[in-house]
Design a protein around this ligand. Structure first.
Ligand code: AMP
Ligand code: MG
Length: 517
């Protein structure tokens, strides 16, 4: 029997009071926004790393949606987030008593070109709240102008906030490292994009929102003291285990490189395309960050470009792994003054390829229900993707249906087979796949369960988001909540929600998403 800990009857009564848990005890007693136990460790850093400021209020803000799962990370719940004081706090209309709002400065490479200073142009950090997984930063996005707004208006629109909110939570449920989304508030204030839309604020959660570009900023300004302050802050708070390494800065680069490689392997495995993998959108914690013109692969095409603005296809599905590596090089360049030698930087960056390959192999094996590694596996994957591409097979539906394949019943492959224009290509591949499965004595029921636990039935297809957005723009937020609930259980059959697993309808075939947000 597994060892277990018996909690004695007197445990709760006798246990010393833990200050960290203080605010949890107030749950049920209606926490007020002003009592939220914010601390802000980033605000303790030298002031050239950020600007302290106040959000700009919005007229008559209202609650749009909240994530119960994200709320639990900071000891909150959805009902609390609907309180008027919380709506005021998370629309930027009333800064909670203990919060110290600030916007951080960073720079970055955009589409491969050095863009110089950027920064939180519409994001404001309120501070950190304690929770079961440690302290989490809460950041308002769309709360008004900052010193880094450049030509922007400091606002986000309801459309983009809903997309970021739903995708953050969907990715978390898929097991992909990501920042989280707590709550969306809205206002009837108009915001000019291609058309006039309405303003909205999405509150995001992550242990830190520091980006690769935060480091590039000080490197390119030739200010090594600030570079070191930032690196030491990140090491001490998020990578303390690396502080005892011979060269902690090199160890930091290697670990960020490893996490980035693994994150992108996850993207490839679920068919996620970020759309704007600029270095200012790369998290120092290896989290998917800044959801804009993202997409999930539908008809499989490795060259697919999800961002209409990306005409060269720099951030196409197939390019993501390379770009991730490139971005780590940009970070390595920025950390060079701290690491010391170019060789040491390169040694850390060499982590990328093996980490990416090993993780993608692991994920693809799991997607195909393979439990062993055989020499021909790479060929098997390549042949599968080639056949999927030729027949424009839907990425999500294919892997989900593949889990239903019966080893000894090729005649039962109808559903899978019908996904392929080139049925012979599917039959040839399926024969190879069956031979491979027999090699490891695969059992149908066990394989099906394992595959369904990694191949989602439900992903955030653009058309699903679009339906929820259009209803929300008419004042009905119920579809946002419904879609969130479906996406929180992507691997469950949810037969009552099967319509959410359908291919895009005709009207949505040519939906385009751009950087406009
Ligand atoms: P993104 O492409 O969303 O990662 O944004 C790139 C940069 O532009 C970041 O520094 C953003 O803060 C800034 N930005 C984007 N949209 C706006 C906006 N509406 N107002 C101010 N700054 C913005
Ligand atoms: Mg960004």
């Amino acid at each position: 029997m597994a060892p277990y800990v018996r909690i004695s009857a007197g445990f709760w009564g006798n246990h010393p009071h833990l200050p960290l848990l203080e605010h949890f005890s107030t749950i049920g007693a209606a926490i007020r926004a002003d009592d939220l136990p914010f601390v802000n460790s980033f605000a303790q850093l030298p002031p050239d790393l950020y600007t302290r400021l106040q959000p700009t209020p919005l007229p008559a803000p209202y609650f749009v949606a909240a994530s119960a799962r994200a709320a639990s990370l900071v000891g909150l719940d959805v009902a609390t987030l609907q309180q008027s004081d919380m709506v005021a706090a998370f629309s930027g209309n009333a800064v909670p008593g203990k919060a110290l709002p600030l916007s951080a400065v960073y720079s970055g490479h955009q589409f491969g070109v050095w863009a110089g200073q950027l920064g939180d142009g519409r994001a404001m950090l309120l501070g950190e709240l304690p929770g079961p997984q440690g302290r989490m930063e809460l950041q308002l996005k769309g709360a008004g102008l900052t010193p880094y707004s450049r030509m922007g208006d400091g606002r986000a629109v309801l459309r983009s906030s809903i997309r970021e909110f739903l995708c953050s939570e969907a990715m978390a449920a898929l097991g992909v490292p990501t920042t989280r989304a707590l709550v969306i508030t809205g206002s009837q204030q108009g915001v000019a994009r291609e058309t006039i839309e309405t303003a909205s604020v999405v509150t995001r959660i992550a242990p830190s929102f520091v980006r690769f570009g935060s480091f590039e900023h000080w490197y390119h300004r030739d200010q090594p003291a600030q570079l070191k302050v930032l690196a030491d802050y990140v090491l001490a708070n998020f990578y303390p285990e690396l502080l005892t390494e011979a060269n902690p800065y090199q160890a930091l680069l290697a670990e960020v490189t490893r996490r980035t490689a693994r994150m992108i392997a996850h993207w490839q495995a679920v068919g996620f395309m970020h759309g704007v993998m600029n270095t200012d959108n790369m998290s120092i914690l290896g989290l998917t960050l800044d959801y804009g013109p993202f997409g999930f692969m539908e008809a499989f095409n490795p060259g697919h470009i999800c961002n209409h603005t990306d005409q060269q296809g720099r951030y196409s599905y197939a390019n993501q792994p390379q770009v991730g590596h490139w971005n780590c090089y940009a970070l390595g360049q920025a950390l060079l003054p701290l690491i010391g030698e170019v060789d040491e930087v390169e040694a850390a960056l060499d982590v990328y390829r093996p980490a990416f390959s090993a993780e993608l192999l692991r994920l693809l094996q799991a997607k195909l229900g393979l439990t062993t590694t055989e020499p021909g596996d790479q060929d098997l994957f390549d042949a599968m993707f080639a056949a999927m591409q030729r027949s424009h097979v839907d990425f999500t539906q294919f892997f989900r249906a593949l889990g239903e394949l019966k080893l000894d019943e090729p005649a039962g492959d109808t559903l899978l087979r019908d996904m392929f224009i080139d049925r012979d290509a599917f039959d040839a591949w399926a024969a190879r796949y069956r031979t491979r499965l027999r090699q490891e004595n695969s059992v149908d029921a066990a394989r099906r369960a394992a595959m369904h636990a990694v191949n989602p039935k439900y992903v955030l297809r653009n058309y699903l988001a679009q339906v929820a957005i259009e209803q929300a723009q008419q004042g009905d937020f119920s579809e946002v909540a419904r879609l969130l609930a479906v996406l929180e259980h992507p691997f469950d059959e949810q037969p009552e929600h099967a319509a959410y697993a359908a291919l895009p309808p005709d009207w949505a075939r040519h939906l385009e998403v751009s950087c406009s947000s």
